[in-house]
Write a protein that binds this ligand. Structure first.
Ligand code: PSU
Ligand code: MN
Length: 315
């Protein structure tokens, strides 16, 4: 690394405040896994949100890695929030602004807090030296995007930021074929973990074939390292199907998605309110079954991310 590059790296790292544990783990070359805060504040209702977050942290630790909850607190991007801070965010819920990458400067300027989406969490993770991140499902191309232009900033961030995102594919409320096409266009490898099909969040399969399949964390780490050897490369998506015992049947989910989408249209829900609205509505439509599946897949993704972070740290 040249002196200029090293200088830039340090400057970037100073933008984010890392907890002592996260800083030490990174300095020692241990595995660290970023966890996002939008799911904590907007994706799941309290107290399921906090329970899921705690279970995800425990899953990361069981694999020998260190979890780093990412959020913006009073204008300061942070990686590694303690349990009290996590609880405060979960209790504040949707009163905390949902923040994507473009909001990071705004929050800093105004000293405001933000719950970071996949995109903003990736940006903060990369600036902190964290290379692996676990979430539920990424944002993508919404159904009807031809009219609304609603395409998640998560896709753009995946194209440019070097973080491995472990998710149960993209959320099933989206247009999954178009999301997969967009990921190809944006140069984002999609690795099926133990599957050759794109998982569909609460469901294990979407019927959409993937070109890359890995069956263990070392294989993923090897592929990630090779991808990052290429100068212009960005993020990767590791698509991990929801555990079989928590998966929901397609008949249950598809009808509920259709009804939720109609409700969103009727109520004129648009922009960044769409995803939280649909997730909350789906939970009602399925009498909480999507919440149980969401919890199971987040915890499973956190464990896999822990294994990948450890494998990557050892390379
Ligand atoms: N995964 C979940 N629940 C969520 C999200 C992901 O299981 O709530 C969040 C992520 O923060 C993701 C966001 O970035 O939904 C997508 O929002 P949008 O479609 O507005 O980009
Ligand atoms: Mn959107």
């Amino acid at each position: 690394m040249s002196g200029a590059e090293a200088g830039r790296g340090n400057a970037e790292r100073d933008v984010v405040v890392r907890s002592d544990e996260v800083r030490a783990a990174l300095a020692e070359g241990r595995g660290v896994v970023a966890l996002e805060s939008t799911i904590l504040c907007h994706g799941l209702p309290f107290p399921k949100s906090l329970e899921t977050h705690r279970a995800a942290e425990a899953a990361v630790r069981r694999e020998g890695a260190v979890p780093a909850l990412v959020a913006v607190v009073d204008g300061v991007p942070r990686a590694g929030l303690d349990d009290a801070a996590a609880e405060a965010l979960a209790r504040a819920g949707s009163r905390v602004r949902k923040a994507t990458t473009r909001d990071l400067g705004l929050l800093a300027a105004r000293g405001e807090s933000g719950a970071t989406t996949v995109a903003a969490t990736m940006a903060i993770a990369a600036a902190s030296g964290i290379r692996v991140f676990a979430t539920g499902g990424i944002g993508g191309v919404h159904r009807g995007a031809g009219e609304t232009f609603d395409v998640s900033a998560d896709l753009l961030e995946l194209s440019r930021t070097r973080v491995v995102v472990v998710a149960a594919g993209a959320k099933a409320v989206l247009d999954l074929p178009k999301t997969l096409e967009a990921l190809e266009t944006l140069g984002v490898p999609v690795i099926g973990f133990g599957t050759a099909e794109l998982p569909a969040f609460w469901m294990r399969s979407s019927g959409l074939q993937l070109e890359v399949r890995c069956d263990d964390a070392d294989e993923v780490a090897c592929l990630v390292a090779a991808h990052w050897a290429w100068p212009a490369s960005g993020g990767l998506l590791v698509a991990n199907p929801v555990p079989a015992e928590a998966a929901l049947p397609r008949e249950v989910v598809e009808g509920a998605i259709e009804r939720s989408l109609s409700a969103a249209r009727e109520q004129g829900v648009a922009g960044k309110a769409v995803t939280p609205f649909l997730l909350a509505r789906l939970a009602e439509e399925t009498e909480g079954r999507t919440l149980a599946a969401n919890e199971a897949l987040v915890v499973s993704n956190a464990g896999l991310a822990g294994r990948i972070a450890v494998a990557l740290a050892g390379r």
